[in-house]
Structure formats: structure tokens, C-alpha cells
Design a protein around this ligand. Structure first.
Ligand SMILES: Nc1ncnc2c1ncn2[C@@H]1O[C@H](COP(=O)(O)OP(=O)(O)OP(=O)(O)O)[C@@H](O)[C@H]1O
Ligand SMILES: [Zn+2]
Length: 724
């Protein structure tokens, strides 16, 4: 018997599925993607359940499903995952579904692909961009138009101009053939004994299947990637699919190349830089089981695998796994949940595990696989503090004499040095010398950061920018502004003056625009075409620069200034990662950390090279304070254009908080960034004992809260990562 009614979950901020009638002759199953009418529109939703009676409304009045989308339906595993994430994050199920259906508009029948090829003589006017396009098409190659534009870094208009002139012509391309399958038996690097041992445990788990969590805990440069590749191979041999989560995937060309070396082909990529067409292909390929491995950013977690066999989360401690807008979730934690629901093993890899994972490993909930030494036996970098209270540079300079000397010596040995400062722009603060006025963002509680390269003052929170004023808006003094403090641009200016013969590369997301150019810059560093690299956290992650032997940290204290419970952990991880870039092949790396607090536990642990010391101290401090993972946190953030409205609603919310053993509600209090994008922000913090189910508590609470007025918002974050 075919079901007559379907409950369809739609990808909107709604928790309940809607009831629809199933038209005669349409066969639908639970998990199928369907088009349904919703108000005046048609949306793509997922059949959540089927029945002989609808849950809502009068059956005679129900609207009908328009039709089925020709694509593999969701597996129960993904549907359960969506339910679980929605329950945990206290988000409407439809909002979580939206993350799994990011490209519903694109799921039509496959369209013809427009291609481009050389057809006529060179254009009358040749430009550098045109030359690049023609070079790529040499030898009669044809290309998708947007693929070509992306590959050579020009706009589609440049290509269209060449078509108009008859140099190129448009052709219809054959439908793309599915990519070749990764080959688990492609010749691999010979692993070291320790690597092989860890790899064998992972491969065994991937062959066996079943849920298990591994913490692949290897020092920087220990070859963790090669180790988890063996688990990937084992999953592939069983014909199962693999999800690889990576932070900053867009920049990790080196990773993709290593994957090619090991498996013969690239994995499918999933992140915001991938063009929609290719994303659609990957989505369909995974649902149909034709795509075996996807390497992606956190959003890849919601992809519709047909037969998921393994999850790997590389750099599992990375803060970018946390999504704060919309559904607030931590992709690392949710990846563990998905692995449990799918009953597959998961590998969390890091040189500096999150406190949560470290505690889980210490308690035996995660199985630790340790790689205590670097590949080829290279020593870990020697780390020294530069006490800025005594050995700092002269006023107006940012690089201490001993760091200058170390950089000179490094370059003289024809090795590479790195200067790290986690702040974009020229200077974080601009003030008037005459009256002390500070330039602030008009819509955020933040200073404007000067970007000299772009010649603008920019708000790093909302993106607002303005030209540098010639007179102080407060006292009208002319040319009275001074730049206070350094950003990478200012550091680069100093480096240029101090090391005039060095080849510099300045890596900051706003200086090198576009993924392709960033990738090219990183490749140049890998090849040793650069003497001194200056960068923000873009350069800290995962890169392997063979010639780099010195890492200098310009402001080691920067991350410690926040009153955030994770400030110490984040700073330790970031600085450890940065110095971990040094000496990966030569074996004589060193790290110099400029700090005003050389006695801070983070600094002493880094200098002693004693990771355990840091974890012991930090874990004990968290335990004493009842902070995660020894207690639970959730925040409720109220925002409104008007401060009084935000405060009033926050008080209403606070008054409705259920009283419960083991739960304390703090606030309402102004958020550290009290105004963001013109909205006043007031926060309530839930602190609960570990045994409390905070999600349930918050849900129960919200059920008693009157809905906010139209311009007031309330956002829930279970397990907040930062308190900004
Ligand atoms: N068995 C091996 N033989 C030779 N080279 C290897 C071997 N294993 C790994 N490598 C190489 O060593 C380098 C470092 O490996 P990898 O980047 O995986 O380290 P990692 O542990 O991820 O470091 P980090 O945490 O600092 O990113 C890479 O260039 C990798 O190709
Ligand atoms: Zn702003």
C-alpha cells in the first residue's frame, strides 16, 4: 500500500515537518527529496515520515507534493544526524536540514555545459589577462567557461570579450565523466616504525567498521597525514566513503598533492571556493556512491554519504570548526556524533589537541595513538622567550634586536625565517595627537584598523571602511593622526627597512586576494623563493616549508588579553603550531617568542617544550572552575538596534529561567563586543554541572519565554567557544 500523506521537513527555520498529500501515482519513500508548495513558492524538502493520516489540518485541504527530485534520498543515518544536531544545538530541524541541502536550487536535471576553445587569430589588442586565457587553451584544449576564468584568474567577461572578437568560440562540452577512483593500492611512502604501528591500528578499525574515536596525537611534522591515509585506504578497500575535514581547506594545495601521491587522484573538495556546479556534482556523487573521498571544510559534515566508512578531522583543535552564525555547532564534536550514528571510526588528529579531546584520551574514552617524533628524526624547535620588558626594541619598532640578529643569521645561511603576528592591517588603533580622539567603527564597539595597502580604515568586525581622514573629526586638527601598535603591514615595513636584500612574502588574507594567488604564494615559499615570510594565522596551519628554520612570534601575548575561558588554550595551540613550522626538514629549527609575560604558564610550557605541563595546568584550572569539559556552558545572546530594547528583553528572558540543581544563570550582562553591526548585545550565560543536559534545560527555558519583538533577536550557543 502506498502512503497517502507525507510529513516533509523544509530547509527553513522551522522545527516541525509540514503535512502534504502524496498525489496518486507518485511513489515516495522516507528520505526522498521532494518539491513542495510552501506559501507562494516551491521549496525542496525531505520526506521525514509517511503515514495513512496527516499530523496536521484537514486532509481535504492539504496541498500536494509537486514531485520527487531525481537524486538519491537521504539515508536514515543522515536524518538521525540532523535530528541529533538540532536537539543538541537547540536549533529548528529545518535550519539544520538547510545545511545539508545547501544547493537545493541546483538539483535540477544535469544541464549542458558551455565550453570554450580557440577558433581564430589573436585579438587586435593583447593584454596580460587575454594572454593567460590563450595560453591555457593552447593545444586545442577546451574548457568550461567559468572553470577557465577561475583557473587563470580572470573574469568571465575577459573570455566573453575574446568570443566576441572571434578568437575563441563557445562549444557544448560532453557531460563530465565521473572522476577516477582513489586507488588504495597506489604505491605509498614507506612509513617509519611508529607511523606504521599507528597506521595499522587505524586501518584495522576502518576495516572492522564500528564506532571508535582515535586521537592521533603527533608532534608537528610527525607525518600524521600519511598515517591517517592508511585508514582512508582501508575504508576504500571495503568500498566505503571517507569524509576528511580540514581547516582552511582552500589553502591546502600541498594536502591535495599528497593525497594524489598516495591515491593517484585528487579527492573531491567541498568549501565555499568550489564553484556551485562542481559542488553539485560532488553532492550527487556522494549520494549515489560514485564519489569516494571528500575533503572539506566544516560544512562537509552534512553531506549525504551513501555509505560512510570513516571520518578524519585534521587539526581537530582548530577554532574554525566552530560555526557561530545561524546554527551554532562545533564540527569536531558533531563529527564524533555522526561517526557514532553511522557506526564508523573517527580519527581526530592534532599536535595540540583541544582540552576536551585530551581529557577524553586521558580517561580512555578516546584511543590515543602517539607519534612522539618528527619524520626522519628531525629535532623539535628550540624555543626561547624574548622578555620585552628588558630586551625589547626601541620605540616605534616591533622586532627586538635578538630576533633581528636571528633573522639575519638565518637568511645568511640561505634558510627561511617566519615572522608571525596575528593582526591584519597596518595598525590596530589610530588616534589624534592633539585631542586623543580614537577612530572607531560607527556601528561596532571596536577601533578602526588602518590598512595602508588599501588606504583605508577598516572595521574587522563588520567590514565597514573609510578613507583615512585628513583632519580629526573631533578637534579638527589637521594631519594629527598617529598609528598605534603594529599589524602585519607595519611589521613588513620594518622588515623591509631592516633586511633590504631579503625576498619578503607577506601573507594576510586581505593582502593576497583570492585563493589561487594565495596558493601560488604558498607554493613559492615551499620552493624556497622567499627568505622572510610575514604573516597572520594563515601561515600557521599545516604548512610544510622545507627551508624554514626560524619562527619569530612578534606578540606572544596577543591572544592572552581576552577574558575568554579558552584564551590560554588557544594561545598555546597557535604559538605551538607557528613554531612547529620551523626546522621540519633541517632538524635545527628555533622559535623566538616576544612576550611581556615570560612567566605566564603558556610561555613557560612552550619554552620548556613541555606540552604535558601545559595540559596538566590547564586541565586542573578548568576542573577547579567547573569549566568545560568538567562543566557545561551555553550562552543566550540578545541583540537589538536599541540598547534599552535588548536589555529589557534580556531581563524578560532571565526572569523565565527555570531553577534547577546544578545550573546557574549569570547575567544579563553586556557582551564584550557590546555593539556589533549596529546591534546592542546582551548576554546570559548558563553554567551547569556536567551531568546536566543543557540543551534540554535551554529548550525548556525558551518554551517559557515570550517571543522577541520583531527587531530583537535571541541566539543560543551550546558549548560557546569564545565569549566575544
Ligand atoms: N614515512 C615518511 N617518509 C618520508 N616522508 C614522510 C613520511 N611521512 C611523512 N612524510 C613527510 O613529512 C612531512 C611532514 O608530514 P605531515 O605534514 O603529515 O606532518 P604533521 O604531523 O601533519 O605536521 P603538522 O601537525 O605540523 O602539520 C610531509 O612533507 C610528509 O610528506
Ligand atoms: Zn564595525
Amino acid at each position: 500500500m502506498t502512503a497517502r500523506f507525507a510529513e516533509v521537513l523544509v530547509p527553513l527555520g522551522i522545527d516541525q515537518p509540514y503535512s502534504y498529500a502524496v498525489p496518486d501515482g507518485l511513489a515516495v519513500a522516507v528520505g526522498d527529496l521532494v518539491h513542495v508548495p510552501l506559501g507562494p513558492r516551491t521549496v525542496t524538502g525531505v520526506v521525514w515520515s509517511l503515514g495513512a493520516t496527516p499530523r496536521f489540518a484537514n486532509p481535504a485541504k492539504l496541498r500536494k507534493i509537486d514531485g520527487r527530485v531525481e537524486v538519491e534520498g537521504f539515508r536514515p543515518e543522515l536524518m538521525n544526524f540532523i535530528e541529533w544536531v538540532a536537539g543538541y544545538t537547540v536549533a529548528p530541524r529545518g535550519a539544520v536540514l538547510r545545511m545539508a541541502l545547501r544547493l537545493n536550487e541546483n538539483l535540477g536535471p544535469p544541464r549542458p555545459r558551455a565550453g570554450i576553445r580557440r577558433a581564430g587569430p589573436e585579438p587586435a589588442r593583447m593584454t596580460a589577462q587575454r594572454a593567460r586565457v590563450l595560453a591555457a587553451l593552447e593545444g586545442g584544449l577546451s574548457y568550461g567557461k567559468s572553470d577557465l576564468a577561475r583557473e587563470v584568474g580572470v573574469s568571465v567577461a575577459v573570455i566573453e570579450g575574446l568570443v566576441d572578437e572571434g578568437t575563441l568560440e563557445a562549444v557544448e562540452l560532453a557531460p563530465e565523466v565521473p572522476a577516477a577512483r582513489p586507488d588504495p593500492d597506489h604505491p605509498a611512502l614507506a612509513l617509519s616504525a611508529t607511523q606504521a604501528e599507528a597506521a595499522a591500528s587505524l586501518a584495522a578499525a576502518a576495516s572492522r567498521g564500528g564506532f571508535a574515536t582515535f586521537l592521533l596525537d603527533g608532534v608537528t611534522g610527525s607525518g600524521k597525514t600519511e598515517v591517517y591515509f592508511e585508514a582512508v585506504a582501508a575504508a576504500l578497500r571495503r568500498g566505503r566513503q571517507v569524509l576528511l575535514l580540514l581547516p582552511e581547506i582552500a589553502l591546502t594545495t600541498a594536502f591535495l598533492e599528497r593525497f594524489v601521491k598516495r591515491f593517484g587522484v585528487r579527492p573531491a573538495e567541498w568549501h565555499s571556493e568550489v564553484p556551485p556546479r562542481r559542488r553539485e556534482r560532488t553532492w550527487r556523487g556522494l549520494a549515489a556512491g560514485d564519489t569516494q573521498v571528500v575533503a572539506g571544510a566544516r560544512s562537509a559534515l552534512f553531506l549525504p554519504f551513501r555509505d560512510l566508512g570513516l571520518i578524519v578531522v585534521d587539526e581537530e583543535h582548530d577554532a574554525s570548526y566552530k560555526q557561530e552564525d545561524g546554527v551554532a555547532y562545533n564540527a569536531r564534536d558533531m563529527a564524533v556524533v555522526r561517526a557514532r550514528l553511522a557506526e564508523v571510526p573517527i580519527v581526530l588528529a592534532s599536535a595540540t589537541p583541544s582540552i576536551e579531546s585530551e581529557v577524553n584520551a586521558r580517561r580512555g574514552r578516546y584511543r590515543r595513538l602517539a607519534l612522539p617524533s618528527r619524520v626522519g628524526g628531525a629535532a623539535l624547535p628550540e624555543i626561547t622567550a624574548i622578555d620585552m620588558t628588558r630586551q625589547g626594541p626601541e620605540r616605534g619598532r616591533w622586532i627586538a634586536p635578538s630576533l633581528v640578529a636571528a633573522i639575519e643569521a638565518t637568511i645568511a645561511r640561505q634558510e627561511q625565517a617566519l615572522l608571525f603576528l596575528n593582526r591584519r592591517g597596518y595598525a590596530p588603533l589610530t588616534l589624534c595627537r592633539a585631542c586623543g580622539h580614537r577612530l572607531r567603527c560607527p556601528s561596532c564597539d571596536a577601533w578602526l584598523v588602518e590598512h595602508r595597502f588599501r588606504r583605508r580604515l577598516v572595521c574587522h568586525h563588520c567590514g565597514y571602511s573609510m578613507p583615512r581622514p585628513t583632519a580629526c573629526p573631533h578637534c579638527q586638527a589637521a594631519e594629527s593622526f598617529v598609528a598605534v601598535g603594529p599589524g602585519v603591514e607595519r611589521l613588513a615595513e620594518e622588515a623591509q627597512a631592516r633586511f633590504p636584500d631579503a625576498r619578503l612574502s607577506i601573507l594576510s588574507s586581505d593582502l593576497v586576494v583570492g585563493v589561487e594567488r594565495l596558493r601560488a604564494e604558498i607554493t613559492a615559499i615551499e620552493r624556497g623563493e622567499v627568505d622572510l615570510v610575514i604573516g597572520t594565522q594563515l601561515i600557521a596551519k599545516g604548512h610544510h616549508f622545507p627551508r624554514l628554520t626560524l619562527a619569530g612570534i612578534v606578540d606572544g601575548d596577543l591572544g592572552l588579553a581576552h577574558g575568554d575561558p579558552r584564551a590560554a588554550e588557544r594561545t598555546f595551540q597557535l604559538l605551538h603550531q607557528v613554531v612547529g613550522r620551523a626546522g621540519r626538514e633541517s632538524g635545527h629549527g628555533s622559535g623566538l617568542i616576544q612576550t611581556y609575560q615570560p612567566k605566564h604558564p603558556v610561555m613557560t610550557a612552550l619554552i620548556a617544550g613541555d606540552r604535558e605541563l601545559f595540559y596538566d595546568t590547564e586541565i586542573a584550572a578548568r576542573e577547579r572552575a567547573g569549566l568545560p569539559p568538567f562543566g557545561r556552558l551555553a550562552t543566550l545572546l540578545v541583540a537589538a538596534a536599541d540598547a534599552a530594547a535588548a536589555e529589557a528583553y534580556a531581563r524578560t528572558v532571565a526572569a523565565a529561567a527555570p531553577s534547577r540543581d546544578g545550573v546557574r544563570v549569570l547575567g544579563p550582562a553586556e557582551a564584550p563586543i557590546a555593539v556589533l553591526r549596529g546591534r546592542h548585545r546582551v548576554r546570559l550565560l548558563v553554567r551547569a554541572a556536567r551531568a546536566v543536559n543543557v540543551s534540554d534545560y535551554v529548550r525548556e527555558w525558551l518554551a517559557k519565554v515570550p517571543p522577541p519583538r520583531s527587531n530583537v533577536t535571541l541566539a543560543v550557543d551550546v558549548d560557546p567557544q569564545s565569549f566575544a
